[in-house]
Design a binder for this molecule. Structure first.
Ligand code: ADP
Length: 332
């Protein structure tokens, strides 16, 4: 196929700016030199008609306008750059999702063709059905996660917020998620020393914990060890989830919460994903009036995800009251 050479849009933008700035420079030089000539001639012909000082106001105004134009151009440049990055991430997302959709479908098709063409034993048939069910679950999870992220963005998800005792709800949620992932008893520890109450949408918080455990499993190349710590200070509940996985370079700890963002590095395991999981986590925590962050000592040194939520009746009182009232009205 013929290779198409394209110029990067940012380069085109920079060249265009250089072109108009050069043009402006030439024009100013031309104008100033003519102004000087005009002044000298004017001085000789009729000195009283020509002002002795240059029009300072016009000069200052011109410089201010030029500054404003440059600032505007800079903002457009930043915006354009960001849009290009999003487009690139979106392309990666489409490629990953297409693969994630195609491969379970292909394997379901293969099992069905084998079953329809050949005579197979009852046990084998049962095994095939189990495998097909696993693939359909994978497909469903993927489709659900994409639809849920889109619904949460459009604020179409009605949250069912309720008041829970922190000391009880978190071990409860963590254990529920752990049994879903069938983690062995030696793979995790839970420490919970928390006071007070919190306001949660239970299902949404379960999605958060599911995502963090799923990632800990995906991005760990050895036997997983995951630690959950729930503590409180005067105002906030802190939920720390630490793993012994591949870790993260410092530059990535903020970026991983961006929509579609994935870490592409030789040191990171080649795992399929959409780059939506942590974005989803961030959005859910935001709806709870909290924050989420990540830290890591570097590659192969594990990662820690920290969620902070307000204690009910202590911090973010107005916000928590509002979300409780809204969900009570909705689920009446
Ligand atoms: P996905 O897992 O589908 O790529 P996520 O939004 O869940 O999307 O994660 C974004 C990126 O953050 C991942 O591609 C991965 O590189 C990194 N990441 C997430 N969780 C961990 C973890 N526990 N350890 C190391 N890296 C992680």
């Amino acid at each position: 196929m013929k290779k198409v050479y394209s110029i990067h849009p940012i380069l085109v933008f920079v060249l265009a700016q250089l072109a108009w700035l050069s043009l402006l420079g030439i024009w100013i030089t031309w104008y100033v030199s003519n102004y000087i000539i005009f002044n000298r001639v004017g001085d000789k012909i009729s000195p009283q008609m020509v002002p002795k000082t240059m029009n300072i106001v016009a000069l200052v105004l011109g410089l201010v306008l030029l500054g404003l134009i440059l600032a505007g151009m800079y903002l457009i440049f930043i915006y354009l750059n960001r849009q290009l990055q999003v487009t690139k991430m979106y392309d990666n997302f489409i490629a990953n999702v297409s693969h994630e959709l195609k491969s379970p479908l292909a394997s379901i098709q293969l099992y069905l063709e084998t079953m329809s063409r050949r005579r197979i034993s009852y046990d084998r048939r049962k095994e095939f059905i189990e495998l097909m069910l696993k693939d359909t679950r994978r497909l469903r999870n993927l489709i659900d996660s994409i639809l849920d992220v889109s619904a949460i963005e459009q604020r179409k998800i009605a949250h069912s917020f309720q008041i829970y005792t922190t000391q009880e709800i978190f071990p409860d949620l963590i254990n529920e998620s752990i049994s879903k992932f069938k983690l062995s008893d030696t793979a995790y520890t839970i420490e919970c020393n928390a006071d007070g109450q919190c306001v949660l949408d239970r299902n949404a918080m379960l999605i958060v914990i599911d995502n963090l455990i799923d990632n800990a499993l995906k991005y760990c190349e050895k036997l997983l060890n995951i630690k959950f710590e729930v503590t409180t200070d005067k105002k906030w509940i802190h939920i720390k989830v630490s793993d012994n996985g591949v870790g993260l370079p410092p530059k990535q700890t903020k970026k991983i919460f961006k929509k579609f963002h994935r870490v592409y590095d030789k040191k990171s395991p080649n795992v399929k994903g959409t780059g939506l999981g942590l974005y989803w986590v961030k959005e859910i925590i935001k709806y709870h009036g909290g924050k989420v962050s990540a830290k890591s000592a570097g590659w192969h040194k594990g990662s820690t995800f920290i969620i902070e939520l307000p204690i009910y009746g202590v911090s973010k009182k107005g916000f928590l009251k509002k979300i409780l009232k809204r969900s009570q009205m909705h689920f009446k």
